[in-house]
Design a binder for this molecule. Structure first.
Ligand code: NI
Length: 399
């Protein structure tokens, strides 16, 4: 353990590089599934660093780098996501986004920079490295079906024994680190409802079928699914995020379209919510004499950490950062396609505190003024490197 902690300590020398890399990425963000320049830039950096292999075009714009240690051992994967969001950057900083309407508002730029730091570290420390490090730079985390599936189909996990990933997290203060066993992030599904009534004159509603009145009934009834039908001890969210209908005060709308997101952890709860939403759509349609069609789109499964790997997290993180810094996470109702990797190999997804009022890192993720305490990149890089080293040392000593 001492050697692992010492080695992770050496990552500090790459902090200036990580900062410069993150700021470059921050200034040049690209949307999900369109990370062409980003992935070419990452591959260039990885070649400069001297990785043993750099594969591009993995599952779209994914990049996979391989560093082989001098000592034989398992293949351990580490993953960063690389995509940005359709948000206008409203920060007043020198590294603000140069692309109108596109911004790294979730910290994926910092994940990428931290993993590049790990690449540089592993390449420099190759002689002492046990086994292989496979670094996955994954596109399209923000938009379902996500980039993870494509990377897995393209062989990114072949031969991998364990995988780790982090999310920098501004609701957590800089210095704190959190994770835990079992489900830590939710399943996120989407639904799209279309209520089709019959348009007409606002003064003669009895001759029309009011899609807006039906839409309002749909919203009300949908809100009783979680409050009245899901077991209060099970977690679930139904949020209706958009509603569109109508064109003028005196016209009864023919069509009302609604969309929303459903967050759950348990498959049975997920099925119940889906079934109840369909029942609501049927009932509203019948009540108003409208047609109410609902389309359900499966999103990411829950992120479920392996029990043993979560124990490893507590051991490694306490060793690196001290007992006081390490927290057991309360599961989040946000989703992550890291879930797909964890369905195939054991691993752990971890949250690294990046909030700090002193440097303006006070805004939530996906906010136009989102920013991080950049020192959290070093925390993330040290944690990733040490988790992989710890796994590899344990596996090598047991065979
Ligand atoms: Ni994110």
């Amino acid at each position: 353990m001492r050697k692992i902690l010492e080695s992770a300590g050496k990552l500090e020398r790459f902090m200036p590089d990580m900062t410069a890399w993150r700021r470059h990425l921050h200034m040049h963000p690209e949307l999900s599934f369109r990370e062409e320049r980003t992935s070419a830039w990452i591959a260039e950096r990885l070649r400069e660093i001297g990785c043993d292999e750099v594969r591009t075009g993995v599952g779209g714009h994914g990049v996979v780098a391989v560093i082989r240690g001098a000592k034989s051992g398992p293949v351990v994967a580490l993953r960063a996501d690389i995509d940005a969001l359709p948000i206008q950057d409203e920060k007043e900083v020198p590294y603000r986004s140069t692309v109108p309407g596109v911004m790294h508002a979730c910290g994926h730029d910092a994940h990428t920079a931290a993993l590049l730091g790990v690449a540089a570290h592993c390449a420099a420390e190759r002689d002492g490295l046990i086994g292989e490090r496979r670094l996955l730079f994954q596109p399209a985390e923000e938009v379902t079906p996500g980039g993870a599936i494509g990377m897995i189909e393209d062989g990114a996990l072949d031969g991998v024994s364990a995988i780790y990933g982090v999310h920098l997290w501004t609701p957590l203060p800089y210095g704190a680190i959190a994770s835990g066993p079992g489900p830590v992030m939710a399943t996120e599904d989407e639904f799209f409802a279309e209520i089709r009534g019959r348009g007409g004159h606002g003064g003669m509603p009895h001759e029309a079928i009011d899609a807006i009145a039906a839409g309002a009934a749909f919203v009300q009834a949908a809100q009783t699914i979680v409050s009245r039908m899901v077991d209060p001890l099970d977690a679930a969210v139904v949020s209706i995020g958009s509603i569109q209908a109508g064109s003028a005060p005196n016209i009864i709308a023919e069509v009302c379209r609604l969309s929303g997101t459903v967050r759950t952890f348990e498959p049975a709860v997920r099925a119940l919510v889906q079934e109840r939403l369909r029942a609501v759509a049927d009932a509203v349609g019948r009540q108003f004499g409208a047609e109410c069609a609902i389309e359900w789109r499966d999103g990411y499964p829950p992120v479920v950490n392996d029990e043993r790997e979560a124990e490893r997290f507590f051991e490694v993180a306490r060793g690196l950062f001290g007992d006081g810094a390490v927290r057991r996470i309360r599961p989040l109702m946000a989703g992550e396609d890291f879930a797909y990797y964890l369905k195939r190999v054991p691993g752990c997804f971890m949250f690294v505190g990046a909030g700090n009022a002193e440097c303006g890192a006070v805004w939530p993720h996906h906010h136009p003024r989102f920013d991080i305490d950049e020192r959290a990149m070093l925390t993330a890089a040290r944690l990733l490197a040490a988790m992989a080293d710890h796994y590899a040392a344990e596996a090598a000593s047991s065979c």
